[in-house]
Ligand binder design. Structure first.
Ligand code: DMJ
Length: 609
């Protein structure tokens, strides 16, 4: 058989070789195949071929491994960063983001090269001086201009561009980075032309014209304090300090009677008062709660107003927004709304990937604050929830006072981080969906965590607290999935995409640093394996349309936060060093680390500290 085909091929070759088009066609074929092979060598594989891991072989067991293996894993993340950044540099720069399936680009954040700005401090941290040196002249040439009809989204511009510049400046001390940060803040400054001093949605940096409704969104108008105080500290300019301080004061003076001391999502930018009673730590709210604790830490624990607001927000969340699922006892944080016809807040029981930063925040607070001795900071916990100012909030303070507050925050952190991890481990891809809806015993009522905690306490606190402890993943078979699952997971998927988001890894990283328990780090590795297996493309890494099907289909999208946050937290989790100690640095919401301030007497006077 082989012989017959072989002689047929030889005959074919003899006939063709005398045709006039034979040689040119042969050369074209050789050139194309060489280009194809070289291309695949360059872009489909990690830069080093001496690596011990082959991601196509199946997941490695989740076991404790030596420091050498962790060092090699950290190195794998470095290679992943290079793969993503080189793809961006080659195919998308000077535009904003790479399209990782087609090698195209998109300008979705002003078109100033957001991925480059967002990646600067990660490059420095990972030791990629060449990439950094190539980036610096591009930063220097940036003019931050936009055509008349376009507006820069203020919040995204601050957390990605301004945050990236300030963090890279703090690490490298290159003066150009600070000059550019100052110039950018200057060009954005007209957003603050509101009676409240809260920023509007967007601004044209060339003309100063502003856009945005009078009703603002919490995360967008209250996540600038860190960047502006950092800018003030680095430049010495009081005007930036004042921008942050106006926002902090407005938040501290707001009427939170109807929301138990927690900030709702919608705010009136004229009156500086809440506009609704929708409470969440997820989309449109997240970083505003995050910045309360982080602002206190960044300012070397001088901004006490922010700390008090953090304690109020977390008390309300713990007492009212954290639930336990009926069968697996998964702990989750959801959002509540109150209809005008009903007095009782109704939980949605949705649990967002975005909310998975929250366990990390609680753990950071438990690590850095004297939660079990707030008196040492001059704070009386129960009086934080004064009835006259915060409606019925007092009940929550009395309830939480029955516990050691540090333990309570850490248990909540551990339980929610476990659920965030399980939403990854439950999927055949090993990557978590963007949003799930938890099942409840009755349709609208869930199992409030503090009710379960009270039962646990009444029973003499036997065993581990409800909602904590390790749980096994539940991976549906393909038949189960096609039948819509069989409720064993305790949740249904509401948004099935995985958008290369960082929040779960961020919390795993903080849990690892705070508890020292290597299970968190091991889980991070499992997620990295899944990222390598399912999201890598010849040009970079791509978001997934679904986490439930293998192989998953991809989207032509690689957000800049993948390099700024997702890969950074992975690297920090795996490296055996601790280059960004949680006691000395504070991450902005885009994972750009800022050093904790060391105040001089002169600065204290200038900023009235
Ligand atoms: C990031 O841009 C920031 O973390 C932001 O605060 C909200 N989430 C995205 C990534 O998911």
């Amino acid at each position: 058989m082989y012989h017959r085909y072989h002689s047929q091929l030889v005959d074919m070759y003899r006939n063709l070789r005398h045709k006039p088009y034979f040689r040119p066609s042969l050369y074209v074929c050789i050139i194309f195949s060489s280009v194809y092979v070289l291309y695949h060598i360059a872009y489909s594989r990690p830069a080093s071929n001496s690596l011990p891991f082959d991601f196509s072989e199946g997941f490695l067991p989740l076991e404790d491994v030596s420091e050498e293996v962790w060092a090699e894993r950290a190195n794998q993340v470095k290679l992943a960063f290079l793969h993503a950044y080189h793809g961006y540099e080659r195919y998308a720069l000077p535009h904003d983001e790479l399209k990782p399936l087609t090698g195209g680009y998109q300008d979705n954040f002003n078109g100033w090269g957001v991925t480059l700005f967002d990646s600067l401090d990660t490059m420095l941290l990972l030791g990629f001086q060449n990439e950094y040196k190539r980036a610096l002249p591009i930063v220097e040439r940036a003019t931050f201009e936009l055509p008349e009809e376009r507006h820069a989204p203020y919040f995204e511009t601050v957390i990605r561009y301004l945050g990236g510049l300030l963090s890279a400046h703090a690490i490298s001390k290159d003066p150009i980075l600070l000059d550019k940060a100052d110039e950018l803040a200057d060009k954005l400054d007209s957003v603050f032309n509101t009676p409240s001093g809260f920023p509007l949605f967007g601004v044209n940096p060339s003309s100063g014209s502003v856009v945005g409704p009078d009703i603002g969104v919490l995360a967008e108008m209250a996540s600038l304090q860190m960047e502006y105080t950092m800018l003030a500290k680095s430049t010495g300019k009081k005007r930036w300090w004042d921008r942050a301080n106006t926002v902090i004061r407005a938040l501290a003076n707001a009427d939170l009677r109807y929301t138990g001391g927690m900030f709702p999502i919608k705010w009136n930018l004229t009156t500086a008062q809440p506009h609704d009673v929708h409470l969440s730590v997820g989309a449109q709210a997240d970083s505003a709660h995050e910045y309360l604790l982080k602002q206190f830490l960044l300012t070397a624990r001088t901004d006490k107003a922010s700390l008090e607001m953090y304690l109020r927000a977390t008390t309300h969340v713990i007492a009212n927004l954290i639930y336990v699922s009926p069968t697996r006892h998964l702990l989750y944080v959801t959002d509540t709304d109150t209809s005008p016809y009903e007095k009782r807040a109704t939980p949605s029981h949705n649990f967002e990937h975005l909310s998975c930063f929250f366990p990390g925040l609680l753990a950071l607070g438990a690590h850095t604050l004297p939660l079990d001795n707030l008196e040492s900071l001059g704070i009386n916990f129960e009086s934080l929830g004064s009835e006259s100012k915060f409606g019925h909030a007092g009940k929550a303070y009395k309830l939480l006072s029955q516990y050691n507050l540090k333990d309570l925050h850490l248990w909540a952190a551990e339980g929610i981080a476990e659920t965030c991890w399980l939403t990854y481990a439950d999927m055949p891809t090993g990557l978590g969906p963007d949003e799930v809806t938890m099942y409840t015993e009755k349709r609208s009522e869930g199992y409030l965590w503090m009710d379960a905690m009270e039962r646990w306490r009444a029973s003499g606190s036997r065993g581990i607290p409800p909602g904590t402890g390790d749980k096994d993943p539940v991976v549906y078979t393909e038949q189960e999935r096609l039948r819509g699952g069989n409720r064993r997971r305790d949740y249904a998927i509401r948004r099935k995409k995985y958008l290369l988001r960082p929040e779960t890894l961020e919390s795993l990283y903080i849990m690892w640093r705070v508890t020292g328990d290597s299970k968190w780090r091991n889980r991070g590795w499992r997620i990295f394996e899944a990222l390598e297996r399912h999201t890598k493309t010849p040009y970079g890494y791509a978001s997934l349309r679904t986490t439930e099907v293998v192989p998953p289909s991809k989207e032509d999208d690689m957000p800049s936060y993948f390099l700024a946050e997702t890969l950074k937290y992975l690297y920090l989790m795996f490296t055996n060093e601790d280059p960004i100690s949680l006691d000395k640095w504070v991450f902005n919401t885009e994972a750009h680390p800022f050093p904790v301030f060391e105040w001089t007497e002169e600065e204290k006077e200038r900023f009235s500290i």
